[in-house]
Design a protein around this ligand. Structure first.
Ligand code: ZN
Length: 157
């Protein structure tokens, strides 16, 4: 009989969250929890895990997201302040050159094909090949430098 009371209490604790209890059942559960440490502990535990879950769902993600955003912004500003534009230009040039070297064999094949198709002098083809290889980083560097020139008037001199 005593066991049935605890089973009934646990059933009420679970049902209370889902569908709610009648006023009478609520009162009965309150009385049981007041005198039964075992069921009261279970009730507390359920409440704690539920509020922990709620806290995780509602509070943690926005907090984490804004913190991550803040850090990214800080890092971006740090980079903008500390790293000279020249370094940035060199990075762009290095990437362009690396891409140029990586794709050079295919491009050279293309240039040779154009040479065979058009009968253009080899020196012209070679010049075109060199141009293709060196112009992109020059354009990138020029773009980065002119970007800096535009951004500079904002800073006090
Ligand atoms: Zn109990």
């Amino acid at each position: 009989m005593k066991n049935d009371l605890h089973t009934q209490a646990k059933d009420f604790i679970a049902r209370r969250r889902v569908e709610g209890l009648t006023l009478e059942d609520e009162r009965w559960l309150g009385a049981h929890l007041a005198e039964c440490e075992c069921c009261a502990a279970e009730h507390r535990q359920l409440n704690e895990s539920l509020s922990a879950m709620r806290a995780m769902h509602l509070d943690l993600p926005p907090n984490l997201a804004s913190r991550a955003q803040f850090r990214v912004r800080m890092r971006a500003e740090e980079l903008r302040e500390k790293e000279p534009t020249r370094k940035f230009v060199w990075a762009i040039a290095a990437v362009s050159w690396a891409l140029g070297v990586a794709t050079a064999p295919w491009v050279w094949h293309g240039v040779e094909w154009v040479g065979q198709a058009t009968g253009a002098p080899r020196i012209l083809l070679q010049a075109g090949f060199v141009m293709w290889w060196s112009v992109p980083p020059l354009i990138a560097a020029w773009a980065a430098l002119s970007d800096k020139r535009v951004a500079q008037p904002e800073q006090p001199e």
